[in-house]
Write a protein that binds this ligand. Sequence first.
Ligand SMILES: [Zn+2]
Length: 163
Amino acid sequence: MVDYPRFIVDCVLGHIAKKLRIMGFDTEFGLDAGDDFLIDKSMNEQKLLVTRDVGLYLKLSKSGRNGLLLHNDYEVENLVFILKSCDIKHIDPVPNVNTRCTICNGTLTKIDKTMATSLIPEKIYKHISTVYKCSKYSKIYWDGTHVENINMLLDNINNLLGQ
Ligand SMILES: [Zn+2]
């Protein structure tokens, strides 16, 4: 397994893929592709395949590859399972240095908010200090309740990882 894991997430697990990207993991998602393609890709690119598809998981195992089969319906349990499997003990609050764009997996850069005036609703603009821009399609992110909620989720996850 690579030191800092990278993932390919199967197409029914969008919420998991988004959370992994926010946490800072390079996560491929939304590939409309068959099992063999996904297996080859995970092998060639050293990415861990995360799936709920037992058939896909068995094929992967037969080909001698590591993958993760999620058994659970609960997001927190699934994320803890993934992180524990990769021997990760802690996730830094987000946005952290590795946080990626939830939409496209691009990396984020901190920018001055005055550079994004036209993209941020006026009501929000005066309350925020830090703005991040996606490297690929220039989507803008800012700190706010959404980020606070995710960091609460991460507190919970970090506690579970410590157990
Ligand atoms: Zn993006």
